[in-house]
Design a protein around this ligand. Structure first.
Ligand SMILES: [Mg+2]
Length: 418
């Protein structure tokens, strides 16, 4: 039986990304017409766009349109960091994420509906979390195809959500201007306008033979397909990577047991949450310790059964860090800790978690403790998806005042399963 098509593809696109980041970093720029760039406008805030300022325009032309326009230099490292953060939020909802640029991605949430609600609910939650955790507005389009989801997100801007349910595609697309179609720039638009074709509906009603005469067979067919929402492309995830990891630069710290365990607990929490969101688990846990002289050492352990429980990964990582530190007794300070989990398997194959290198019999499969770990992790994942990462945490990851690590995780870096 053919599955009923459903609108489960999301296109999430941060609004006026560079300009929004500048306004986030510098509150004085908020609600003001600003442009990133100088000689040429790289990006413009919505306040500037309302004067007609657009990316690609020369600086003097932009200033003429908008005399109060304020130019700022770009902070490209910040764009990368905040774009990565937003994509990390997307990945909390589904592993099926295809990032197509620094600030936009496609997501397929078909498999997340049972747990997280309708695609609309998921889109609302994503927008809320990116706003509260990253500080930026993101527009989301939801539809049955990638092409239509992208059109919907453009219609949703700024800071909006548009859902096009299955069956509504034609009615939605028909009245929209042709330039919203993928690949239709000003030249194509003008050429179509010359034939009286202004809307996507006009285009859909144009005979294929006319389109082919105009644009050639390949481009003509492509345009005709998009006009009727015929887009078979699926989400393409880069599957080359085989591990998930996170690291935290912690300044120069004496590696006290509390600092090490708290930091690793925090990192294990990130890593394990990502694994579970991707329905995966791993058999190899590696820990990297970087010393103050920039040398680093890595210690790994492979356990017989793949694991994804936060507490198990914390325990194993803490032991591995202990081994690394014992091997380097002369090092007084560390500057970075990292965890990565590899040797990944699909969670479907897993029933129980038992890392045999941990002697503690509480971790044996089938014990109440092992089941409790599983239940606590899942409950935590569910609460965080709805209310954000900060909503709940593991008590072991809280610093005592005496051991406080200021700005410990400012430089948190993560890599995902690919
Ligand atoms: Mg964008």
């Amino acid at each position: 039986m053919e599955p009923v098509p459903a609108a489960t593809i999301l296109h999430a696109d941060l609004d006026a990304f560079y300009a929004s980041v500048e306004q986030l970093l510098e509150p004085n720029l908020r609600k003001r017409p600003i442009a990133v760039g100088g000689g040429v406008v790289l990006a413009a805030s919505y306040e500037a766009r309302s004067f007609g300022v657009a990316a690609g325009m020369s600086g003097w032309q932009a200033r003429r349109l908008c005399p109060g326009l304020h130019f700022v230099h770009g902070h490209f490292a910040e764009y990368q960091r905040l774009g990565d953060q937003a994509v990390a939020v997307f990945r909390d909802f589904t592993p099926r994420v295809e990032r197509i640029s620094i600030d936009e991605a496609f997501l397929d949430v078909a498999g997340a509906r049972n747990l997280l609600g309708s695609p609309r609910d998921i889109a609302v939650a994503i927008r809320g979390r990116v706003r509260s955790e990253v500080g930026l507005p993101v527009s989301v389009g939801v539809a049955t195809t990638k092409h239509l989801a992208k059109v919907a997100s453009q219609v949703a801007k700024p800071d909006g959500l548009v859902v096009v349910e299955h069956g509504e595609e034609g009615a939605f697309l028909g009245p929209l201007p042709v330039e919203l179609l993928w690949g239709v720039g000003p030249a194509t638009r003008d050429r179509l306008a010359g034939l009286g074709i202004r809307t996507i509906g006009d285009l859909a009603a144009t005979p294929g033979v006319v389109m082919n005469q105009l644009f050639g067979k390949v481009a003509g067919n492509k345009l005709a397909s998009l006009a009727i929402n015929d887009d078979p492309r699926g989400i393409e995830m880069d599957r080359t990577g085989v591990s998930v990891g996170a690291q935290a630069a912690i300044g120069r710290r004496e590696p006290s047991p509390t600092v090490v365990r708290s930091t690793l607990g925090y990192l294990a929490d990130r890593v394990a949450g990502r694994l579970r969101a991707a329905h995966r688990a791993g058999r190899t846990v590696s820990v990297k310790v970087r010393f103050a002289d920039l040398r680093s050492v890595t210690r790994s352990a492979t356990v017989p059964v793949a694991i994804s429980a936060t507490l198990l990964i914390t325990e194993l990582a803490t032991k591995l860090a202990g081994i690394a530190l014992d091997d380097h007794p002369l090092e007084r300070e560390i500057t970075l800790l990292a965890i990565s989990v590899s040797n990944l398997v699909d969670e479907a194959a897993l029933q129980l978690e038992l890392p045999l290198t941990l002697e503690d019999c509480r971790y044996r499969p089938g014990t109440r403790f092992a089941s409790a770990l599983w239940a606590v992790d899942r409950a935590m994942d569910a609460v965080r998806l709805r209310f954000g990462r900060g909503a709940v945490g593991y008590a072991t990851n809280v610093y005592t005042d005496a051991e406080r690590v200021p700005d410990a995780f400012r430089e948190l870096a993560e890599h995902d399963i690919r």
